[in-house]
Write a protein that binds this ligand. Structure first.
Ligand code: SF4
Length: 209
């Protein structure tokens, strides 16, 4: 089986196993998603959701973040960890959104990457979930699973993204990556994968090798 055939089969198995894959961050608009993803660095989505339930009503728009008191915002997001950097980036990001993009979240990789605190993972998530342009979101789950299954030998997230993106149809990339997160949590655990229960065990290189 070549890599394209492996990718096609694995995407189909993920679709059948996790038909309702959605982003687990609770957001109602592009700005909220942008803030949530920044908070989710080195933090669980569940904890981010707890924090944003009070954060979002307190900061209702891009101007509220741009004009926020740094120390106060730090305290508001403290439970998500790395709060000094995250608060600084959120304020800087929202100021740039106002100064350059009319207060709106931009829709190209290049523009998204120009925002403080936004890397390729965040940009791809926004491009896929908000603008429906697709994008491979290579988080810790995607990186681990794609390597185990045999779709890449790379370990650097950007290299994994470039290595795999041509194998997955663009319109399927966002949902596929959401499914990988669920698969990583439920079966393909970092330390103890439950391969005996996994619907991909017939094609997975980790099991076959
Ligand atoms: S067979 Fe095991 S290693 Fe392969 S995808 Fe399934 S759980 Fe992960």
């Amino acid at each position: 089986m070549n890599r394209q055939e492996l990718a096609d089969k694995f995407v189909k198995i993920m679709e059948e196993t996790y038909p309702d894959a959605v982003c687990s961050l609770e957001c109602e608009d592009p700005l909220q998603l942008l803030i949530s993803v920044q908070l989710a660095a080195q933090c669980t989505d569940a904890r981010v959701n707890i924090v944003t339930r009070t954060l979002f009503p307190k900061y209702p728009d891009v101007y509220a973040y741009a004009n926020a008191d740094l120390h106060e915002l730090e305290q508001d997001i403290k439970p998500t960890g790395f709060y000094h950097n995250k608060a600084k980036n959120i304020i800087g990001c929202c100021r740039r959104l106002i100064d350059v993009y009319g207060g709106k979240v931009p829709d190209t990789m290049e523009d998204l990457l120009s925002l403080p605190g936004v890397g390729r993972k965040t940009a791809n998530l926004i491009l896929g979930d908000v603008f429906h342009k697709g994008g491979m979101v290579i988080d810790t789950h995607a990186k681990r699973i794609l390597k185990r299954v045999g779709l890449t030998k790379e370990t650097d997230p950007t290299k994994v993204e470039f290595d795999v993106e041509t194998l997955i149809p663009r319109e399927k990339q966002s949902d596929f990556c959401h499914r990988l997160v669920i698969h990583g949590r439920e079966l393909c655990d970092a330390r103890k994968p439950k391969c005996e229960l996994c619907p991909a065990r017939e094609i997975c290189e980790e099991v076959r090798s």
